[in-house]
Design a protein around this ligand. Sequence first.
Ligand code: URA
Length: 199
Amino acid sequence: MKDEIGKILQSLELRARKCHRCELSKTRLNVVFGAGPETAEVMVVSEAPGATEDQTGIPFTGAAGKKLDGLLAEAGLDRNSVYICNVLKCRPPGNRDPLPEEIEACRPFLVGQISAIKPKLIVALGRIAAGELLGRRVAMAMEHGTLVDCVYCGVKFKLFITYHPAAGLYGAEAGRRLREDFKKLGAIIEAIRRTTFLQ
Ligand code: URA
């Protein structure tokens, strides 16, 4: 089973590396497909690669990555135990917001990742990721720190909504809200572990 999921992800990644479905393929240095164990029960979905990720080809390797590692630790999670990816696999120039047509062009890759991994819980970082997974606009001020039932591409999972970790780089108040959300996430994961086999 593990090998099968690995093969599906590998072939999907090869397709992503050759993808020219949108204009971002012209400016990217690397496709940032995703990283983590294919058996992960927790998945982290964010917006799009930044400059460092564009260079390394690995998600969350820049300043926001350091922040994310610390936040995951607040929730009792090790980065190596979760699967991390983005809605877009290529960097939007200047880190601008993804365009709707880019999200649509890239959707088959996220659908493929979620269908293959079938996580029990997804942590959505920011309104773009939460909006894509829920198929609606998300009001972060109201909805951050909440856990909702979600069905995406026919896969059911719990979705935890929180801010993008970069928000924590820009202000003490945003940083405090992020840390509180991740502490709450830790308690949620503990509770799920008590009732299921989430490791
Ligand atoms: N920000 C994101 O949303 N994703 C990354 O991979 C890095 C920074």
